[in-house]
Design a protein around this ligand. Structure first.
Ligand SMILES: C[S@@+](CC[C@H](N)C(=O)[O-])C[C@H]1O[C@@H](n2cnc3c(N)ncnc32)[C@H](O)[C@@H]1O
Length: 406
């Protein structure tokens, strides 16, 4: 007798939704399976082959000609807690309330959009994050190291046109979950090629190629925007496409880029204004973005669990997501030198022990900042900045501005 399996097992094996599978049968891509005495569809080896071929064909359909005219921008990524929608509010508060600000330090930089907003205004910026993947992005956007643009563009085109067939670290660990097998293979191949180029390109060129790859991964990842989990059904079949960044280097002279714990960094730097946007709750950014970090570092570590996280993430663990947050904040503020400190926080999360509870209360922020100087508070109705999907009443984004006098 031909070995047969149930629909449930097929869906699990290929990470497909029932609807997708039945549509393929309806469209004639797969032969209609026979039903057993209970009326359950039973799938044979031949069906498995047909499904494999159909998936491959669907992936190929998405191999569209690459439009290289489109340029990559700093904001083209999904990131938890990004202040992209609050940039004008932040700029307005600084512009209207601070004097003599020539240097701005964004020491929990994330995407770097806040640093970018000040860089556009001609300020010198100091930008930092504990994650190496973000650090590489800062080298792309904020460094003034000269690059060979044609070489970078040529390599990106070459990567986009590649069609790797061999399995690699990424396809073996992340194929069929976060990415299609094909995209995973391509990501692993491109990252390896970038590594091989190390002695032929400068550090910024390498950072640009990796950044372009990380941003492209975000666009095709089968996630809701972070890598704590992947969607059970792999429906994101679009082919990965790297874009050439849009460079605005004219303001980059004098910028400084770091990749370290902000509490250590503030002991060595001085900026007219230090902007602080720590994580608010127990969700570690190193967990949410472990996969980008893995590809950025390219040490090909062992991964574990359903989410396939690197086992050792201790170097990217933040005190701000733990019970130590208030103490860390106090230590940070006491070591800042300059004219102003600007802190972002929102009023929705109450302090508590839950995963989404804030680790530092509004009262603690004010109390700690007051030890440094005069504090003013600004808020904005967050509703004004959303697409209207959230109905949370009274959600305000808050900025605490401290004029340093002590
Ligand atoms: C709320 S996000 C910042 C978002 C950023 N303002 C933006 O608009 O994209 C907090 C960032 O702090 C980083 N981080 C957490 N702990 C850190 C530490 N001790 N030192 C430096 N960066 C840290 C995280 O990796 C994360 O990118």
């Amino acid at each position: 007798m031909v070995p047969q399996v149930r629909t449930k097992e097929i869906l699990k094996q290929f990470n497909l939704s029932r609807q997708t599978l039945y549509n393929w049968v309806k469209d004639g891509d797969i032969t209609e399976p026979e039903k057993d005495w209970r009326g359950w569809r039973m799938w044979t080896k031949q069906h498995v082959e047909e499904i494999t071929n159909t998936i491959r064909k669907k992936e190929e359909q998405f191999t569209l000609p690459i439009d290289c005219d489109q340029r990559l921008n700093i904001k083209n990524r999904r990131y938890l807690g990004s202040k992209y929608k609050l940039l004008e509010f932040i700029w307005k508060v600084v512009n209207e309330n601070c004097k003599g600000v020539n240097t701005v330090a964004d020491i929990f930089g994330g995407t770097g959009v806040v640093a970018d907003r000040f860089n556009i205004e001609g300020k010198n910026i100091i930008v930092n994050d504990i994650l190496y993947s973000n650090h590489l992005a800062y080298w792309t956007w904020f460094s003034d190291e000269p690059i060979d643009f044609n070489k970078v563009e040529g390599l990106i085109t070459q990567f986009n046109n590649s069609n790797p067939l061999e399995k690699n670290y990424v396809s073996e660990h992340f194929g069929g979950t976060y990415f299609t097998e094909y995209n995973a293979r391509k990501i692993g191949y491109i990252r390896e090629e970038i590594e091989k180029l190390t002695n032929h390109i400068n550090f910024r060129e390498k950072a640009i190629l990796i950044t372009s790859l990380l941003y492209a991964m975000d666009k095709v990842a089968n996630t809701v925007g972070h890598y704590d989990a992947y969607r059970r059904k792999l429906d994101s079949l679009k082919e990965i496409k790297l874009l050439v960044p849009e460079f605005k280097d004219s303001n980059n002279k004098g910028n400084c880029i770091f990749n370290e714990d902000a509490n250590e960094l503030v002991r060595r730097i001085s900026a007219d204004l230090t902007y602080i946007d720590t994580p608010y709750n127990s969700r570690q950014y190193g967990d949410a973005y472990h996969l980008l970090e893995n590809i950025a570092e390219w040490k090909k570590p062992e991964v574990s669990g359903v989410a396939k996280k690197m086992i050792n993430r201790s170097h990217i663990k933040s005190d701000y997501c733990t019970m130590k947050a208030t103490k860390a904040f106090e230590d940070l503020i006491s070591n800042i030198s300059g004219k102003y400190i600007l802190v972002s926080y929102n009023n929705m999360a109450q302090k508590g022990v839950g995963r989404s509870n804030a680790k530092i209360s509004a009262e603690e922020i004010v109390e700690i900042l007051k030890m440094k100087g005069k504090v003013s508070i600004f808020d904005t109705d967050f509703q004004a900045y959303t697409t209207g999907k959230t109905n949370i009443e009274d959600h305000k984004e808050i900025l605490y501005l401290c004029e340093i006098s002590r």
